[in-house]
Write a protein that binds this ligand. Structure first.
Ligand code: FAD
Length: 482
């Protein structure tokens, strides 16, 4: 049966595509989402990758940004079946000799532990993050919202933005202990840039404030539950999702006045290249995706035997050791080399949410950064880092499921070369979007918008790119009287 044409179509059912669709439907439009894969979710799916009873998040697992996102706060997540599980310790940074930097929800407790490591580090930590944590409600609309309007809370934004402009290596070097340096640099390395790059401190500070106020939680039963909730909300509003429907050209879509694309710049070229002005197409072609990731999901017969006892209670761990070791790893990746001793981002999903593994067993999620497009298996390098801080880990491994950066591209077209955030994090991109134009979301094609993580505010499961793009599309429809 032929479907009737909706008011708006969205291509891609990732978190941003679904946030866009919900926003458009709330604006009174009929909306249809077309998704290439056989299930919605994009980078927010859960699967039994290693065997029955072991639930693994294929991509995103820590949902700190969803908790603080102004878009997600418009959803009644609990009523939609989402239960957040908070770890006892948000994240930890193990060091040789059984030491570790530990981020507790409480700023004072974190500061006290840092003072023990090096007198003065605690006070410096409190001064840097304390005011941001106290005023975090003012921070999120500024940082995750439109950075181009006049800020409503200039003082809070300045407290964030001034240290945020500094490369995280320089900011971390102001602290005396490797514990404090590790807490900062480990969070800053999420930016997937060398630690000497500007803006890496902004990444670190945003994630550290989210860790203090929201504990870096996971979703009970897996991240896919969050997507189920978004689809339920969209359906309640009259929208629909059509899966197994890759869109290769705008001509594949029903005629709709508004089209939002949850895709990245190179895919926009594939879908609409022949219709785009040459200058705009050239800018899309130049889009820099940055490094990719290599990831391992484990089924384990027991909990990881971290030497440091606090690490056993942490949801997330950053492995790699000292600040200079982390800096070397991230510089290697940016220079196109595979690091021998990589920075590893590791999440103990089943420590936080026991429903993810059979009783007594565990799941573990770990990735490292690699050059874009890499098909190299980094299992040996990652496991050397885990064994360094948790000797005997290898004896617990029942199963591994691995995916290279090239494999991530095959899994999801948006992960070009295995880049997970739609593009290299930069101050330019955060403010202007993938192409420097007045609108950060509208393309030169009438009624066609980009809404993926390649547009501001960038990567992560916060839905804000979709929400902001859809809000702009609704305003344009209103202005044109549609
Ligand atoms: C390994 C990994 C770990 C991550 N960890 C975290 C984390 O812990 N926390 C966090 O906040 N973020 C994390 N992220 C990042 C997060 O997953 C992404 O930033 C987020 O999913 C971006 O959402 P999106 O909607 O823009 O794109 P996506 O989630 O990539 O969704 C895009 C969707 O569009 C579909 N699509 C693309 N092209 C077409 C087409 N032509 N036709 C039809 N459909 C199409 C794709 O199939 C996909 O479903 C991680 C990502 C990866 C890969």
């Amino acid at each position: 049966m032929a479907l009737t044409a909706p008011d708006a179509v969205v291509v891609g059912a990732g978190p941003n595509g679904l946030a866009a669709a919900i926003t458009l439907a709330r604006g009174g439009l009929s909306v249809r989402v077309y998704e290439a894969a056989s299930t919605p979710g994009g980078g927010c799916r859960t699967a039994e990758l290693t065997g029955p009873g072991y639930l693994h998040d294929v991509c995103s697992t820590v949902q700190a940004l969803a908790v603080v996102s102004p878009f997600f706060r418009t959803l009644d997540l609990e009523a939609l079946g989402v239960r957040l599980r908070r770890p006892e310790i948000a994240y930890a940074h193990p060091l040789d000799g059984g030491r570790a930097g530990v981020l507790h929800a409480d700023v004072d407790a974190t500061a006290a532990a840092l003072d023990d490591a090096h007198p003065g580090d605690g006070r410096a930590w409190s001064r840097l993050v304390g005011p941001l944590v106290r005023h975090h409600e003012q921070l999120w609309p500024e940082v995750l919202g439109s950075l181009r309007r006049v800020p409503r809370h200039p003082l809070t934004l300045a407290r964030f933005g001034l240290p945020g402009l500094v490369p995280v290596r320089a900011l971390a070097s102001r602290f005396g202990s490797e514990e404090a340096r590790g807490l900062l640099a480990g969070a800053g390395a999420h930016a997937m840039r060398r630690l000497e790059a500007p803006l890496t401190s902004a990444f670190a500070l945003a994630l550290i404030v989210a860790a203090h106020v929201a504990d870096w939680p996971v979703v009970e039963g897996g991240s896919g539950v969050l997507v189920d909730a978004m689809v339920t909300e969209l359906t309640r509003l009259g929208g629909e999702v059509v899966c197994d429907h890759p869109v290769r050209s705008l001509r594949d879509l029903p005629p709709a006045a508004t089209t939002l694309l949850d895709v990245t710049p190179h895919q926009l070229l594939d879908i609409a290249g022949d219709e785009l002005p040459p200058g705009y197409a050239r800018s899309l072609r130049r889009h820099d995706y940055g490094p990719g990731v290599f990831k391992i999901d484990y089924a384990l017969s027991g909990p990881v035997p971290w030497t440091n006892p606090d690490c056993r209670k942490a949801g997330t761990l950053h492995l790699g050791g000292t600040l200079s070791e982390l800096a070397r790893s991230e510089s290697d990746v940016e220079a196109g080399r595979h690091p021998d001793a990589p920075y590893v981002l590791l999440v103990q999903g089943s420590v936080v949410d026991p429903s993810r593994a059979p009783a007594g067993h565990h799941t573990l999620w770990a990735y490292c950064h690699v050059p874009n497009g890499s098909d190299r298996d980094m299992t040996r390098e990652i496991e050397r880092q885990i064994e360094r801080f948790a000797p005997g880990f290898g004896d617990l491994v029942l199963q591994r499921a691995t995916r290279t950066a090239a494999g991530y591209h095959r899994y999801n077209e948006n992960y070009v070369g295995g880049a997970i955030n739609g593009g290299l994090a930069s101050a330019f991109g955060a403010v202007l979007g993938p192409v420097a134009r007045w609108s950060r979301y509208a393309t030169p094609l009438d009624g066609v918008y980009l809404c993926s993580a390649a547009t501001p505010p960038g990567g992560g499961v916060h839905g804000m790119s979709g929400y902001l793009a859809a809000s702009e599309a609704l305003r344009a429809r209103h202005r044109s009287g549609r």
